[in-house]
Design a binder for this molecule. Structure first.
Ligand SMILES: [Zn+2]
Length: 335
């Protein structure tokens, strides 16, 4: 039986309900913004598939409607540049994050969530699951990825999943269906990782959209050329009359306790809640080189309003620490 047929026979129902495309549009200061034309809510019961390259059951996009998706992140600078470009257009995307990457850059995953984007997962370490020797190994990659991205986000994430290299298998499809996780292929593969050229990425996406008329677009937020391409791509989409649809899940993904435990060794002191205050409001330099920084007062007495103000030097220290930390984290997944 083909994968597609097994999907169709799964008997699941995906409900794509139209939600009001809320505050982001009325608050958008950019008069030429793409915005979000509608938000669809996906009932992931039974593991529906989206993206006609592999899964053809749910044709929910209207002509000229586009879903933007970004794989393989988060990555310092590049994901942030993509976020900035999306924010400039008050528009939203789905980020399929890798578990290892997410634990390396939890602050970026949290930013993606805070800015209202949809977060799905893309395995623990980006391995081709079709090449795994056993089903247990493939499941481990999927589930570790979910536990890690959820842990990094510090808040619920969506039961949305994309296979590395889009390589599904009967076993992994069955697993995702049993876990009520929607799987994503693509309609428009930008091949941005291959050409690594921002002009080419914009042209490839627009040309393909002109042919198909609509679709789910696959890009990679870890690619510098893609990060560079997004501002121009968003302008081109607007100019050509395309509208952005945001896909959200009806409910969050439930991670499995055994994998939540398994990834703890990789967490390294990250708080679970995702609601910690900025470093500068918690840690403040009160003496430096033996000199008090509080106008001669002993540090222990610094409990008034001045003590609550963030210290510029503490922020600078925090930034320096982060960039040092950043160097230590570059071993995480690189395509
Ligand atoms: Zn990937």
């Amino acid at each position: 039986m083909s994968f597609e047929k097994s999907l169709l026979l799964g008997g699941f129902l995906a409900v794509a309900a139209v939600l009001p495309a809320q505050a982001q549009q009325k608050a958008c200061p950019n008069p030429n913004a793409l915005g979000v034309s509608r938000v669809v809510e996906i009932d992931t019961t039974g593991g529906p598939g989206f993206g006609f390259q592999h899964y053809k059951s749910y044709d929910f996009l209207e002509p000229k409607e586009v879903v933007l998706t970004f794989d393989d992140g988060p990555q310092k600078f590049h994901t942030e540049a993509v976020l900035a470009a999306l924010a400039e257009h008050c528009t939203k995307a789905i980020f399929f994050s890798i578990g290892k990457m997410a634990l390396g850059f939890p602050e970026i995953v949290r930013k993606v969530v805070a800015e209202g984007h949809t977060v799905g997962t893309h395995t623990w370490s980006h391995q081709n699951l079709r090449k795994k020797k056993t089903e247990a190994e493939a499941v481990d990659e999927i589930e570790r990825g979910i536990s890690a991205v959820k842990r990094a986000a510090g808040s619920p994430i969506s039961p949305f999943f994309r296979f590395p290299e889009l390589a599904d298998s009967p076993e992994t499809l069955k697993h995702l269906q049993s876990r009520n996780i929607a799987m994503f292929s693509t309609d428009i593969d930008s091949f941005d990782f291959k050409f690594r050229n921002s002009e080419h990425t914009v042209k490839a996406v627009i040309d393909r959209l002109q042919k198909l008329g609509k679709g789910i677009v696959l890009m990679h937020d870890i690619q510098p050329s893609t990060a560079k391409a997004i501002p121009a791509l968003l302008v081109a989409l607007k100019q050509n009359g395309y509208k952005i649809v945001q896909m959200k899940a009806k409910g969050p993904v439930q991670s499995l306790p055994e994998f939540d435990t398994a990834i703890e060794a990789n967490v390294k002191g990250l708080s679970a809640a995702g609601n910690e205050r900025p470093v500068s409001s918690v840690v403040k330099t009160v003496t430096e080189g033996g000199q008090s920084k509080l106008g001669g007062e002993p540090p222990m007495e610094a409990t008034g309003p001045a003590a609550a103000l963030p210290s510029p030097s503490a922020s600078a220290d925090a930034r320096a620490d982060q960039s040092g930390d950043q160097r230590n984290r570059t071993w995480f997944w690189q395509k």
